[in-house]
Structure formats: C-alpha cells, structure tokens
Design a protein around this ligand. Sequence first.
Ligand code: ATR
Length: 272
Amino acid sequence: MTDKYCVFGNPISHSKSPIIHAAFARQTGQDIEYRAILAPTDGFADAVDAFIAEGGKGANVTLPFKQEAFQLATRLTLRAEQAGAVNTLVFNDNEVVGDNTDGVGLLRDIMINLRYPIKGKRVLLLGAGGASRGVVGPLLGELPESLTIANRTVPRARSLAEHFASVGPVTGCGYDELAGRVFDIVINATSASLSGTMPPLPEGIFAPGSLAYKMMYGMGDTPFSTFARAQGVGLFSEGLGMLLEQAAESFFLWRGIRPNCAPVAELLQTKA
Ligand code: ATR
C-alpha cells in the first residue's frame, strides 16, 4: 500500500510542499502520496487524529499550528524541544514523534547553497512566532557576533531571547529600537507578507554586502524584498532554498533517503 503523508496548515492552498515531495519521491523511487490538508484553526488535533486513522505515516506542519504540534507530540527530538515548535511529525505505532527541520533547512541554505557564513555576523531576526522559535537555537549554534530578535509585540521578542540567553548573545526588542543599528544578515520570519505588508523597519539597517532572507517563499515581490533592494542589500533570498532543505530533511526522517534539492528548485522556478 502507498504510504500517506501530508502538510497541515491554515491557509494551505499556497503550499508548494505537495509538488516538492512528489518530486522527491520520483527522484528517489519512493512510493508515497503527499497532500495538503486545510485544518480548522480550532481543529488541528482532530485533523491529525483523522489522518492517523486513515493510515497516515507522517506530516509537515505549517502556520499557525507549529506550537500546537509541539504540544501534541508524544516524543520530541532535541531540536524540536529546543525550538518549542514542530514542523515535522512521524506517526509510529504507539507514538507521535515531533521534530523541527526549519533550523537545519535555513542553515544549509545560507551557509552551503548561498555560501554566506554566519560566524561573527550581526544577525537580525524579524518576528517572534513559531517560525522564529525554530531557527534561534540553530543560528546561535553558528556563533554570530549577535542575534537581535525584533517583534511588533515586544514582550514576545524579549521572552524568546530570554529563553535562549544561555545559548548565545541574543536580545529582544521592538522595531523602533533598531534605528541607527546595522546588520549583516536580516531574516524575515514574520507572516506580514501574507497580508502584503512588512515590519516597520528603519532605513540604513543593511551593512554593505549584507544578506536579506525571507523565510516565507512563494509570494513573489513583497514590501520586504522591495525595501531591502531599495536599501542596497547585497544579496536577497526568497527562501526557496530553505523551503526545499527543510522538506528534504523531513523526507529523510520519513524515508531514510535524502533527496537532491537542486533539480526541484529548477522545477519550481519554471512553474512559478
Ligand atoms: P509563525 O508560526 O509563522 O511564526 P505566528 O506565531 O502567528 O506564526 O507569528 C507570526 C509573526 O509575524 C509574529 O512575530 C507577528 O508579530 P506579533 O507577535 O506582534 O503578532 C508577526 N507579524 C504578523 N503580521 C505582522 C505585521 N503586519 N507586521 C509586523 N509583524 C507581523
């Protein structure tokens, strides 16, 4: 019987995960089915139960359910535990394993694909929700000079920074506190682009040769990309690499085989 996988989210129609995993399955000769499931915002656990009941073997979890998936898992990997958020579920006979592949996906794309080192860099992370939580620990593991988390709701940024204070040099602040500061890497982990907006960033935050990275792929030009380019950022990434790398890591967890992301990147770009 074909093994079943899915991605849960709300909204979910924009998700590229079904195309990506179908391409990974073709490339590696794995017989799987992967579909997108729109879960009601108050019905995530029920949607997971229903999918397990029909024989589901694993799932990805996206906005806004990553923290709920963390609560729901009966066993957590170390990186999920540290993130406090889960983007990958594995359904074994008597347990639901929660993992988080976002951090490793982001690091692989920035450091290997884009060849941009993080060590010694001033990093700014925009947003303090589930997407941010997954990448703070892995970013600090690469020994940046500093990691600043800025968020609209300032206490959220401060408490996220406090949670990781023992891991590395991380602080939380509001957007107005960024005035006059300069960063080498600016990562947008907010969901602002879903509503066609961006966080209120001051001018002049991009150092010469800096990298701006959008963690939510698939919206084309957004106010953030337009702003970063107008401000003279050195390199801008739409986040396709992270999307593929985190998916490849999930696929590896489920199937024990690691797909090659490069041909799938080409496929998505020709479809876009
Ligand atoms: P996710 O799991 O994707 O991170 P989330 O937990 O709902 O989703 O978090 C969304 C993030 O985007 C938050 O940091 C949110 O800021 P608040 O904590 O202040 O709500 C941020 N965000 C969403 N819309 C935004 C906007 N228009 N401007 C600035 N930040 C925004």
